[in-house]
Structure formats: structure tokens, C-alpha cells
Design a protein. Structure first.
Length: 110
């Protein structure tokens, strides 16, 4: 309560959602949707031809991020989650978003 983490995560979450939407726009054929609230977001991937989830591709993006120091979770189900700690500072959050963008460019093609 003293650190106002709920309010802070809501405000940072708006910026995070906007940043992830910009990444999705760069890769629109492969991104079904960006979903989230506060500091809990997921990016859902799809095969542009079939619309089927891209499980392996999502996991490749996560592994690329992990190798660069951004902690994410493998789902194997065609989406990845972005769930930073509520105490993350803004600079570190958007450094992680840059890493995610780079991983998406690498795996999906820039």
C-alpha cells in the first residue's frame, strides 16, 4: 500500500499494453491479439495461413528473451506472457520490451 503498487502497475500497464500493441503491429500477420491489464499481458501468435496457434514459435521467442536476461514463461500454446514484478522500474520494463521486440523480429522476421 505504501508503495502504491496497484496504482503504479495500472499506469505502467497502459504504457506496456501500448508498447506491445506497437510490436504486434510490426508482426500483424503473426499476432492474433495482445491481451492484458496492469502488468500482466499475453501476446497470442497465429499461423498467417491457417490461423492456428504457433506454439513452437512462441516458445522460440521466449527462449530468445531468456538468453538475453528477460524472464518469461514457456506456454507451448502459441502465446507468451509478459509479467514483470510490480516493483519494476520503468526503464527496466521498456528495456525488456525492446528485447521482446528484437526476439520477435529475429524469430518472425523483421
Amino acid at each position: 500500500e505504501r508503495e502504491r503498487l496497484v496504482e503504479r502497475s495500472a499506469a505502467l500497464g497502459v504504457e506496456l499494453g501500448e508498447a506491445l500493441e506497437r510490436l504486434a503491429a510490426r508482426h500483424r500477420p503473426h499476432v492474433r491479439m495482445v491481451n492484458g491489464r496492469g502488468l500482466f499481458y499475453s501476446v497470442h501468435l497465429k499461423d498467417p495461413s491457417t490461423g492456428e496457434p504457433l506454439g513452437e514459435i512462441g516458445d522460440k521467442i521466449v527462449m530468445t528473451c531468456l538468453r538475453q536476461g528477460v524472464l518469461m514463461f514457456l506456454t507451448g500454446r502459441g502465446f507468451f506472457k509478459v509479467v514483470p514484478p510490480l516493483t519494476i522500474d520503468r526503464e527496466a520494463l521498456f528495456e525488456a520490451v525492446d528485447v521482446i521486440g528484437g526476439a520477435m523480429d529475429q524469430v518472425l522476421g523483421a
